[in-house]
Ligand binder design. Structure first.
Ligand code: GUN
Ligand code: ZN
Length: 462
């Protein structure tokens, strides 16, 4: 195998509600965002808290509205008073097969790929392994409060197929596509241009636009695709309306150097993708740490966006994402776990790390801004704001009910914050929500709904 680096040539039980069509109402503190909140200051811009309201969901699983009054007996009522209900989180970059290698010790990006990731992904060549992996992964997303995702499977068609099938069975919004990699990867993990094109076309024909599925031309990164393969991925996007593109960009300095060696014709790493026609408004690029001003303008001009992956960037030692520069350039930023480089599927944990990454650069990320980025902001960046990311009438009821606190320390902290809420200023709400964002994880998830159906319920006694 030719190495990545020049120097190393070498089920949780599903509780499905009955299929009968019923109207359901959910009582809780309803929180969502109606606009992008302010950066760096917790004022009320864009934040909508409707304390102790009922969220009304029609027979088709769409949000009909919200009311402080208990609805009539024609509604099936679910009382979660004292809990928090938010739109389900949207994880815009995560690797299904990498649950096998999450939390693996001691390597930077390129070594980590060779040592842990590629051997794990090879095992998913077996369709039975891929199917079991997809089921485990999708159930885990729901158990962590994530109801929609943009996902990397492996190079094997069966692994993408397994994700599409699993998401369809759960009614989930899922964007994926078989991984493209035709060089610098081990035997068994490489494809070639004609074979990859045929497999992508087959998957597009079967899944793209079917139910809540969409296909993404899934370029692993500029190291593992030839220029011919990158061009083929660009052509796919031009041939099929609504196709996504997902990849990695400018994650580690060593990777950036390697890409410069492999693509001397390009001005920058991001420019490799521009030249192949891969930057457009449905392009999701993970990381984007080592970009310059010209790259950021290119993202803005093309409508492509960055999936910021803080736990992964810290864990692999890749660098600190400059969110404030991204804001200044005006390009989109969503939030991603990037498991298994990332260390948790939990979005609150990911947002807590995003806060610390900004703190190291002298910025203070607000809970409002962060939670918006992981819900309505992500929906907007994916051009799916008509479907997900808010509690607005007409959206599908992809929503999650959370405990405000799990465990004695968080309970005490929340009680203190609730006391401060007596004045109900945006600052007091922010203080409570910020403590929640820093302390919550999957233990706080009570129930996850997809299009109004319960797809995860916390086990009794947990
Ligand atoms: N760059 C190319 N492949 C990967 C991957 O699987 N994870 C991360 N974090 N970066 C990558
Ligand atoms: Zn990744």
């Amino acid at each position: 195998m030719q190495g990545l680096r020049q120097t190393t040539i070498t089920r949780m039980t599903l509780e499905h509600e009955p299929a009968r069509a019923v109207k359901r109402a959910w009582r809780a503190d309803l929180l969502d965002f109606t606009a992008t909140p302010s950066w760096g200051s917790p004022d009320e811009a864009g934040v909508r808290l409707r304390p102790d309201h009922w969220l009304l969901v029609d027979e088709q699983g769409r949000i009909e509205g919200a009311t402080p009054h208990e609805p009539g007996h024609d509604w099936e009522r679910h009382d979660h008073r004292g809990r928090l209900l938010m739109p389900g989180f949207i994880d815009t970059h995560v690797h299904c097969p990498q649950l096998d290698v999450i939390a693996s010790w001691g390597a930077g990006l390129l070594d980590w790929l060779e040592t842990y990731t590629f051997p794990a992904e090879l095992r998913h060549a077996d369709p039975a392994v891929a199917r079991a992996g997809a089921e485990r992964f999708l159930d885990a997303l729901l158990a962590h409060g994530t109801t929609a995702a943009v996902v990397f499977p492996t190079v094997h068609k069966a692994s993408a197929e397994a994700l599409f099938e699993g998401a369809a069975a759960r009614g989930m919004r899922l964007i994926t596509g078989k991984v493209l990699m035709d060089r610098h990867a081990p035997d068994g993990l490489r494809d070639d241009v004609p074979g990859a094109r045929a497999e992508c076309e087959e998957l597009i024909g079967r899944w793209h636009g079917r139910g809540r599925a969409a296909f993404a031309a899934t370029v692993r990164f500029a190291v593992t695709s030839t220029p011919e393969q990158l061009a083929m991925a660009g052509e796919l996007g031009r041939r099929h309306a609504g196709l996504y593109m997902q990849t990695h960009v400018a994650e580690s300095r060593e990777e950036v150097r390697r890409v410069a060696e492999l693509h001397p014709e390009a001005r920058s790493y991001l420019d490799v993708y521009r030249r192949a026609g891969l930057l457009h408004e449905r392009a999701v690029l993970a990381h984007g740490i080592w970009l310059d001003a010209q790259d950021r303008s290119l993202l803005h001009d093309t409508g492509a966006h960055i999936a910021h992956s803080p736990t992964s960037n810290l864990f692999l030692g890749s660098g600190l994402f400059d969110w404030s520069a991204a804001r200044a350039a005006g390009h989109g930023v969503s939030i991603a776990t990037d498991v298994g480089g990332g260390t948790s599927l939990s979005m609150p944990r990911t947002l807590a790390e995003a806060y610390k990454v900004q703190a190291l650069q002298g910025e203070r990320l607000t809970a409002f801004y962060a939670l918006h980025a992981a819900t309505a902001g992500a929906a907007r960046a994916l051009r799916l704001e008509h479907e997900i990311g808010s509690l607005e009438r007409g959206r599908l009821a992809d929503v999650v009910i959370w405990d405000w606190a799990a465990g004695p320390v968080a309970e005490h902290r929340d009680a203190v914050a609730r006391g401060a809420l007596a004045g109900t200023t945006p600052q007091a709400l922010h203080a409570r929500l910020f403590a929640w964002m820093q302390l919550a994880d999957e233990r706080n998830v009570v129930q996850s709904l997809v299009a109004g159906h319960t797809r995860h319920r916390r086990a009794k006694g947990a």
